[in-house]
Design a protein around this ligand. Structure first.
Ligand code: NAD
Length: 323
């Protein structure tokens, strides 16, 4: 059964407002609260979106700016606070580590004063560092903290492969895993199209040439920087990702999606947050899966762990060797 509930969004800029507007369009809550240090922006955005709900066909929702006290009875909190990479900047989300960990500190230390019940979706980059930071530094149930992780890249994989084969992206299954960032990788051993077998598709669809997997992988990892350089930010894709998580949680779906959480020995990796396929219901993450990856894919997963850990070293987090 659907739980209407209240959703708090922290950060009311490109990502936060795109998330707000999609929540409203999909009718995913009865009340949505925006929090940002920029109170004027928060008020303007919530007024604008609130008035749009008067249109026939819209859901009658209560949308307003608020304070952390609003977290008290929220069922979900979406953290989008903190800057993104700007056009022309070094194309690596890990450069945001110091700035955004400070912001996570300020946001999370206020959230914990009011709730330990809400499911927290971390969106802020560098995603895996932020997810680790929020999960490790505060007394909050770990299974209730979810990093959106590589679901966005997984959507990109579906779209790019679907365009290549000229078919519906929802027929593409499989995962991008590891870091939500430059060391993330397509786990090709998990990829399939319509249960027909990825390796058979060229033949079935009469392609004269073989799928170039590294070209597809490069496109998936590059597109974020292309979008940032072209339009100044990314927000629409991630807003859809957030809504996918909200639906899975509010409908108690027991679905499986790639998401970031702190690993506890999977593939010999621990004490770092990375994306693996996880089962999700209305209590949060209930199981992390370790699909049978190739040796090369496991090496890539370990490389992702090392990359995220070395970014955390910069903020003097304790680092333990990857087993
Ligand atoms: P932005 O710089 O436009 O906005 C950041 C907002 O955070 C601003 O409104 C700012 O006032 C607010 N803020 C800063 N410090 C705050 C604090 N202590 N408390 C409350 N609010 C605070 O950034 P954006 O384009 O909206 O992106 C937001 C974040 O989402 C970035 O870190 C970006 O990299 C990330 N992002 C993640 C994904 C993903 O797949 N996980 C995708 C896109 C963007």
């Amino acid at each position: 059964m659907f739980d209407e509930g209240k959703i708090v969004i922290v950060g009311a800029s490109n990502v936060g407002t795109a998330v707000l507007n999609k929540i409203v369009d999909f009718g995913l809550a009865s009340e949505v609260v925006l929090i940002d240090i920029n109170e004027k922006k928060c008020m303007g955005e919530s007024l604008d979106t609130s008035h749009a709900t008067a249109c026939v066909g819209s859901y009658n929702m209560y949308i307003h700016e608020g304070t952390y006290e609003d977290c008290k009875d929220a069922s979900m909190i979406i953290i989008t606070a903190g800057p993104s990479i700007k056009p022309g900047e070094t194309p690596d989300r890990l450069i945001l580590t110091k700035t955004n960990c400070k912001i996570m500190d300020s946001v999370m230390s206020q959230i914990v004063q009011y709730t330990k019940d809400a499911i927290i979706l971390v969106v802020t980059n560098p995603l895996d560092v932020a997810t680790y930071y929020v999960s490790d530094n505060f007394d909050y149930p770990r299974e209730k903290i979810i990093g959106t992780g590589t679901l966005l890249e997984t959507f990109r994989l579906r779209r790019i492969l679907a365009d290549y084969y000229h078919l519906d992206p929802k027929l593409v299954h499989g995962y991008v895993l590891g870091e939500h960032g430059n060391s993330g990788f397509v786990a090709w051993s998990t990829v399939d199209i319509a249960s027909l077998g990825l390796d058979n598709m060229d033949e079935f669809l009469n392609h004269n040439y073989k799928l170039n997997k590294s070209m597809i992988e490069q496109k998936i990892m590059q597109v974020v920087y292309d979008v940032i350089n072209l339009k100044g930010c990314t927000n629409t894709g991630i807003a859809m990702v957030v809504c996918r998580f909200i639906k899975a949680i509010k409908y108690n779906e027991y679905t499986i999606l790639p998401m970031s959480s702190i690993l506890t020995g999977e593939y010999g990796i621990h004490d770092v947050a990375l994306s693996l396929p996880c089962m999700l219901n209305n209590t949060g993450i209930i199981k992390r899966f370790t699909p049978k990856l190739t040796d090369e894919e496991i090496e890539k997963m370990i490389a992702s762990a090392k990359s995220v850990k070395s970014a955390m070293e910069a903020i003097e987090k304790k680092i333990e060797a990857v087993a």
